[in-house]
Design a protein around this ligand. Structure first.
Ligand SMILES: C[S@@+](CC[C@H](N)C(=O)[O-])C[C@H]1O[C@@H](n2cnc3c(N)ncnc32)[C@H](O)[C@@H]1O
Length: 325
């Protein structure tokens, strides 16, 4: 658990509880990931300020059906979902630009407390400030933390003595391996009920362009992690010597995103030297796709009861209401 800092005020009234891991943790995670037989980085490192901006640009792409479909499901069922929220405090995990919660807040004027949890601190603060400006009477609290770690609920006074509900949209749950999903759901059970967005299985011809668009925004998003390592950790990745890949692995039911080395090369990171063979890949993300039944089974294994699922007419995306058993 990271140290607990006192809340700071970035703009009037937006409180930040900052549990962002220190840069040394980033360095050791990168060195560890780059020394694995399959080089690999946690997807959370994709999201610095620039990464969050690029992700927002991805959400606007014609190929990226996920955002507009999940938003259409939220709009079509806003009253139903708002009724499920009741007047509980809303805790959004991986809240990004907090766009989707706006649809629910519009339908749930009784909601007075919103907590956005995200690793991308500045983006998070700006998103919470914008919510406070647009929703009168709403207390929007920014919690910069890694949601794969136990949530520091006890350190957030605004969440004491009031029931909560967790909101986890964007199919971010697909970034976890299926076994990790169960452990994750058990950890976030501390929030009570959950509303979770899950991308559904579909042909590779739809999936692969969604993660590797014609304009190259997804590629820029992935390659930004190398720029971030250069900038924050003083490495010397030559971005021209790497290319982005996104392939659907049908057997595993996941999109595999990676950065491939275009040559045999050595990269320096401080004292360390990291060798890449031509064609060798650095894994940046997996994005698992589930059928409704597959996801509900995982949720049940984690101790949740699926009470409701909302989808779109084309069955592209699903939104699950899970209750504690
Ligand atoms: C795929 S985006 C989804 C954003 C938004 N919820 C949506 O649905 O459009 C993932 C978000 O989760 C954040 N994130 C990724 N990994 C995280 C982690 N381990 N802990 C906290 N936030 C994380 C990113 O900064 C980003 O804002």
């Amino acid at each position: 658990m990271p140290p607990i800092h006192s809340p700071q005020t970035q703009q009037p009234a937006v409180k930040l509880y900052d549990f962002h891991p220190p840069v040394e943790d980033f360095r050791s995670a990168v060195l560890r990931g780059l020394s694995l037989p399959q080089k690999s980085l946690s997807p959370q490192f994709l999201y610095d300020k620039r990464g969050s901006e690029l992700f927002d640009a991805i959400c606007q792409l014609p190929e990226y059906y996920l955002t507009r479909t999940e938003m259409s499901i939220l709009r079509a069922n806003a009253a139903d979902i708002a009724a499920a929220l009741g007047d509980r405090a809303l805790v959004e995990l991986g809240s990004g630009s907090s766009q989707k919660i706006r649809i629910l807040l519009g339908a749930a004027p009784q909601a007075k407390t919103y907590v956005g949890v995200d690793i991308s601190r500045q983006h998070l603060q700006e998103a919470c400030a914008a919510l406070m400006a647009d929703f009168e009477g709403l207390d929007a609290i920014a919690v910069c933390a890694d949601y794969t770690q136990p949530l520091p609920i006890a350190a957030i006074p605004e969440l004491q003595n009031q029931p909560t509900i967790g909101f986890f949209p964007g199919s971010s749950i697909g970034n976890l391996e299926p076994a990790e999903v169960i452990a994750f759901l058990k950890t976030v059970a501390v929030l009570g009920d959950l509303i979770v967005g899950v991308d559904l299985k579909k042909p590779a011809a739809i999936l692969e362009p969604a993660y590797d668009d014609a304009q190259g925004v997804s590629a820029a998003f992935a390659l930004n992690v190398l720029e971030r390592i250069n900038r924050e950790l003083g490495a010397n990745f030559d971005l021209g010597q790497f290319e982005y890949q996104a392939r659907y692995n049908d057997a595993a039911g996941r999109i595999e995103m990676a950065i491939a080395s275009l040559s045999d090369q050595t990269v320096r990171l401080g004292e360390a030297e990291i060798s890449f063979r031509q064609g060798e890949t650095l894994r940046t993300e997996h994005s698992y796709k589930y059928t409704i039944d597959e996801f509900q089974l995982l949720a049940m294994e984690a101790g949740f009861k699926p009470v409701q699922v909302w989808t779109d007419a084309d069955q592209l995306f699903s939104l699950h209401h899970l209750k504690q058993m």
